[in-house]
Design a protein around this ligand. Sequence first.
Ligand SMILES: Cc1cc2nc3c(=O)[nH]c(=O)nc-3n(C[C@H](O)[C@H](O)[C@H](O)COP(=O)(O)O)c2cc1C
Length: 194
Amino acid sequence: MIHNEVLDCIRSRRSTRHFQEQQIKEEELEILLEAAIWAPSGGNSQSWLFTAVQNPQALAKINELLKAGFQHWIPDDDYPGKLGAKALAQKEDCHFFHHAPTLIIASNRPNYENAMADCALALENLFLAANSLGLGSCYINQLHWLRNDPGLRDYLLELGIPREHTICSSAVVGYIAKESGVPPRKEGTRRIIK
Ligand SMILES: Cc1cc2nc3c(=O)[nH]c(=O)nc-3n(C[C@H](O)[C@H](O)[C@H](O)COP(=O)(O)O)c2cc1C
C-alpha cells in the first residue's frame, strides 16, 4: 500500500458522531469552505452555495424543524433508512447533527442536473480538509430529504438560502469527542477491464 499525505488522509477520514461542544476556529472554517469551492463542478458551474450555521439557536431550530418534518412528509412505507430516521425523530433527545457546533448546508441552483454531484464532491473535499486539520466531520442527509418542507424552507430563507435553491446535502464539523470505528470496505466492488 502506498502512503502519502493525500492517500493517508483519504483512508483515515471517518464519519464522526461524537463532538466536543467547543466551536472550531474561524480560520479552520475558512479552510474548510475554501476546500469545498476547489472541487470540480459540471461545466465549471460553481453554482453551489455553502452556508455555515454556527448559531446554537439556529442549529436547534433546524433540528426541531427536521424532527417535525419527518412526521409530516415521510410515508410509513418509505425505505428503511428513512423510516429509521423517522423513528429517531420521535425521540426527545434526537439530534441529527450529533451535537456538532457547525453545520454546513450545501445548496445549488434549481433544475441543474449536476447539483447533487457538484455538492457531494465539494463536501468530500471539505471532509478531507477537516481530517487534515484533525477535525471530525459527517455527512448529514436529513436536510436533503426534507428539502421541500415549507417550514424548513421558510427558516432557511431567513438564513439567506434562496428559496429556489435545492438543498443537496449538509455536513457537520467539530472537534472529535470520540473516534469512530473503521467500517471495513466491502469486497468485490472493484473491477478492471483490460
Ligand atoms: C449520501 C450519504 C448520506 C449520509 N447520511 C448520513 C446521515 O444522515 N447521518 C450520519 O450520521 N451519517 C451519514 N452518512 C455517513 C455514512 O453513514 C458513513 O459514510 C458510512 O457509514 C461509512 O463510514 P465512514 O464515513 O466512517 O467511512 C452519510 C453518507 C453519505 C455518503
